[in-house]
Design a protein around this ligand. Structure first.
Ligand code: LLP
Length: 407
């Protein structure tokens, strides 16, 4: 049939038949292309692109980026372990997050990470304590909260003074002063991440100004940094958002640090690298109608892709093999017992029938990563397509795995 959806050169329907549904399919080539495009946007310095593993920790996909030369941004001991298994070099890994436990700090110290991104005075003290115990010097960057509004969804805004993230300018300088006098600590960088799915340049410009001001102040204190880590957050097009112009994005940072050629630039993109590389394939189970609405019930749910339920996010939904006929407005919903369980609402869709495969697009970031077993639903399988070949990256969870840890 013509017009049939292909993923990385392979038929979506054939993949669904072979591996079952719900199924995440990742296109390695698409992730690689994003990595290269971002890297190439920087013409005056080569940034270290630390993939934010939280977006999609699938080892096979992360390994594609590690092989391209990416570093990793992690936020837990679990991600540390995953990053290492995917092949990221410890020297290229940065550890973010407001709540690192003593155990996680120790694991990071033993691994020899590039930097801990410190988010509070108490965390700084804990890091020094654990480093002292292990007899190592902890490399650190303070996460600056520049109090800028990234103009994105409130749940994914991180750089405002009313967010829990980072420390404000004055306190950041205090922490740097303290750290520079502590032999258990080694100041290596400064970090700042203002939010996610950012589609405008102005918040980045404001953050860059804040960072430059902090760097001046640190130099005044006699502190020379090895790197400045400007976080991630680059927005993509889900529906009609204009994507961030990469060249202009790169210019902001190259200009901001032009007078500091020795400073390594780090980025922490997640979504930008992998969102478009992933599709969630799901099978139509039933159609039904109320006096108000038409529903298409599918076998994927908010447990597989919680973004619509959590943020009211819009993801494209298309039949893998479109049928002829009049499009109708439908809600595409999952089997979970909540009205919040929808993948699309009031969406104009070509006719579908039970057994048809639908593709939910832009599902490569914060899809499987945020999936759950709610309603005792085993989590989906994941497939990586590369060079025209598909291989299973993660088996579909078994029912047994649902209660394996129960006593
Ligand atoms: N660095 C830090 C410190 C972060 O907190 C995040 C994301 C990133 C980097 C990567 O941001 P990205 O480039 O992917 O925007 N679940 C939400 C997104 C949460 C983002 C959390 N932090 C969603 O589905 O939209």
């Amino acid at each position: 049939m013509s017009g049939e959806l292909r993923l990385g050169g392979l038929s979506a329907r054939a993949l669904a038949r072979r591996f079952g549904t719900p199924l995440f399919v990742y296109d390695a080539g698409a992730a690689r292309a994003r990595y290269r495009a971002l890297s190439a946007a920087f013409t005056r310095r080569r940034p270290l692109i630390c993939y934010a593993l939280k977006a999609n920790p699938c080892r096979a996909l992360a390994a594609v980026l590690a092989r391209e030369g990416a570093g990793a941004d992690i936020v837990s001991g679990g991600e540390l372990e995953r990053a290492r298994r995917a092949g990221f070099k410890p020297q290229d890994i940065v550890f973010s997050g407001v709540g690192k436990t003593a155990e996680e700090l120790r694991a990071g110290l033993r691994a020899g990470l590039r930097a801990f991104n410190v988010e509070s005075a108490e965390e700084l003290a804990a890091l020094a304590r654990e480093a002292g115990r292990l007899g190592r010097r902890a490399p650190l960057a303070v996460r600056l909260n520049p109090d800028v509004d990234p103009r994105t969804h409130p749940h994914i805004t991180t750089g405002r003074a009313d967010n829990k993230f980072g420390v404000e300018y004055k306190e950041a300088l205090t922490l740097y002063r303290r750290a520079s006098r502590d032999r258990r600590l080694r100041v290596v960088g400064l970090q700042c991440h203002i939010g996610s799915q950012i589609t405008e340049l102005s918040p980045y410009r404001r953050a860059a100004a804040s960072i430059a001001r902090a760097l001046d102040a640190l130099e005044g204190m006699g502190l020379e940094l090895e790197h400045v880590d400007v976080g991630g957050g680059l927005g993509i097009t889900y529906k009609d958002e204009k994507p961030l112009p990469l060249d202009a994005f790169a210019r902001i940072w190259e200009d901001a640090f032009a007078s500091r050629p020795g400073l390594r630039l780090l980025l922490e993109p997640g979504r930008y690298l992998v969102a478009d590389a992933g599709v969630l394939l799901t099978r139509v189970l039933y159609r039904k109608k109320t006096s108000k609405r038409r529903f298409v019930v599918v076998d994927a749910a908010m447990t597989d892709l919680p973004r619509p339920a959590l943020y009211g996010a819009w993801h494209p939904v298309t039949p893998a093999a479109p049928r002829r006929g009049v499009k109708t407005r439908v809600d595409v919903v999952g089997p979970v017992c909540e009205s919040g369980d929808f993948l699309a609402r009031e969406r104009l869709l070509a006719p579908v029938a039970p057994g048809d495969i639908l593709a939910v697009g832009k599902a490569g970031a914060y899809g499987f990563a945020m999936s759950s077993q709610y309603n005792s639903r085993p989590r989906a399988a994941e497939v990586l397509v590369d060079g025209g070949r598909a291989r299973l990256a993660r088996r579909r969870e078994t029912l047994k795995a649902l209660w394996a840890g129960e006593l």
